[in-house]
Ligand binder design. Structure first.
Ligand code: ZN
Length: 67
């Protein structure tokens, strides 16, 4: 006889019951689910965002160099 599988929320690490009754499984709550999805989305958005580094050629930001 198999009981409900004990699981752990990937977001907060708290025990999250892996049962059909838990609508957010494998997460423990809706909040943890959106946090996980949000982190994933921001990670993806962070990559192309770096291509926006277009310096102004008419404004030198450093002269000579050295410290
Ligand atoms: Zn959680």
């Amino acid at each position: 006889m198999k009981a409900a599988r004990p699981g752990f929320c990937p977001t907060c690490g708290k025990p999250a019951p892996y049962v059909p009754d838990n609508a957010w499984r494998p997460f423990c709550s809706e909040r943890c689910k959106s946090i996980d999805l949000g982190a994933w989305a921001s990670e993806v958005y962070r990559i192309p965002a770096k291509e926006d580094e277009d310096g102004d050629p008419s404004e030198p930001d450093k002269e000579g160099g050295g410290e």
